[in-house]
Design a protein around this ligand. Structure first.
Ligand SMILES: NC(=O)c1ccc[n+]([C@@H]2O[C@H](COP(=O)([O-])OP(=O)(O)OC[C@H]3O[C@@H](n4cnc5c(N)ncnc54)[C@H](OP(=O)(O)O)[C@@H]3O)[C@@H](O)[C@H]2O)c1
Length: 352
């Protein structure tokens, strides 16, 4: 039996996603260190949690830290069991946070959906993390994590496929400031070019944005999608599976919302603070001439990131992992078992 971890640090705790992650950690009885760059906002969140979590025994503490001050990050992580990084743009925060985690010898998990930042995690920290035996899990979130788990579960014992398609059927997408900022950073990093994963590598291109129809399972049915709308799955899936083509698609409604300058941030409409956004993630894998399909459904891509990331932390701390070092969700966990554990937040259709 694992003794209760001292604490899980959430960096970027006061952000939209960070707050969902803190709530999920508290719901599961974890002690929580609220960290980030704004001490006053962290204190306000701690006060709020003290009211909400009156019956949770484990502590909430506040430890402000900035990514340009490694000593402050070391203080934030001292004595903790793991750190979850929810502060984007990850181009700025992921390096300093993973280095602090490696110094502290504790697992690092992030929710980054920035393709170049995700790829840099594998390229820059694989050796150090392996040598330290420390789990480092990038993109453990709706984008990057969920799709990778679905693909891995579909393939079972197989480690190769010819083509993977991941189609995102979002009813809408009201982006947070962090999402917009991450998009802007990625856009600048690519000098305005677009990116896709083809012939076994990330390829930058200037092809025009194209639309096609995607046949989602009922009740969604046929919908127009942007093809390709490249998401973090193009890093996570090929990080551990031999797949030369990973293609991702986005419903045109959601892509339009994201592009709109006036689209508002998400509004909570239920007791859990979730918005009314619904999602379907439809995965098609073509392997050796056999097509397999898995679908996940749920509500609010930001809120659902919390059970994904906290389930991952819990499994890492329990030793329910398949590998150490830098790894994606599909490589690190028993994918089918992980997906089952996401109920009721995510309902998954996997072939038997
Ligand atoms: N992969 C996925 O599916 C997925 C899901 C959810 C979120 N995300 C990503 O997670 C990030 C956060 O999203 P969000 O929805 O929580 O956005 P948000 O509500 O705007 O929050 C952003 C958080 O990041 C912090 N932050 C930004 N720059 C920072 C810096 N240089 N140093 C320290 N902290 C910094 C902010 O701190 P302040 O309050 O001090 O500004 C805030 O806490 C975004 O990059 C988003 O794309 C990805």
């Amino acid at each position: 039996m694992r003794t209760k971890p001292a604490a899980v640090v959430v960096y970027g705790a006061t952000g939209h996603t960070g707050r969902f992650v803190v709530a999920e950690l508290r719901r599961r009885g974890f002690a929580t260190v609220l960290s980030g760059r704004d001490a006053a906002r962290l204190e306000a969140l701690a006060a709020e949690r003290a009211d909400v979590d009156a019956d949770v025994e484990a502590d909430v503490v506040v430890r402000p830290a900035t990514v340009d001050d490694p000593a402050s990050l070391d203080r934030a992580l001292a004595g903790a069991a793991a750190v979850v990084n929810c502060a984007g743009p990850f181009a700025l925060t992921a390096g300093p946070l993973v280095e602090a985690a490696l110094r502290a010898g504790i697992p690092y998990v992030d929710v980054a959906a920035e393709i170049e930042a995700n790829a840099a995690m594998f390229a820059d920290y694989a050796q150090a993390a392996r040598r330290a035996g420390t789990p480092v899990l990038p993109a453990m979130a709706f984008y990057g994590g969920l799709g990778d788990l679905l693909v891995t579960a579909l393939l079972g014992e197989r480690t190769t496929a010819d083509v993977v398609h991941v189609a995102y059927g979002l009813s809408s997408w009201h982006p947070t400031p962090g999402t917009r900022e991450a998009g802007a950073v990625s856009h600048r990093r690519r000098a305005g070019r677009r990116v896709r994963f083809a012939d076994g590598a990330l390829r930058y291109h200037d092809d025009p944005v194209a639309r096609q129809d995607w046949h989602f399972p009922q009740p969604l049915g046929r919908r127009a999608v942007i093809a390709e709308f490249t998401m973090a799955d193009v890093v996570t899936v090929p990080s551990h599976l031999a797949v030369p083509e990973v293609r991702t698609y986005m419903s045109v409604e959601a892509a339009g919302d994201l592009a709109g300058q006036d689209t508002p941030a998400p509004e909570p409409v239920d007791a859990l603070g979730r918005s009314d956004q619904t999602f379907v993630v439809d995965v098609l894998v073509d392997a050796g001439g056999v097509e397999r399909r898995a679908t996940a459904r749920g509500r609010d891509i930001y809120a659902v990131t919390a059970p994904l990331v906290v389930e991952a932390v819990e499994r890492i701390l329990d030793g329910r992992t398949r590998t150490a070092g830098v790894a994606s969700a599909g490589a690190m966990f028993d994918a089918a078992d992980f997906l089952r554990a996401l109920a009721p937040h995510v309902s998954v259709d996997l072939p038997h």
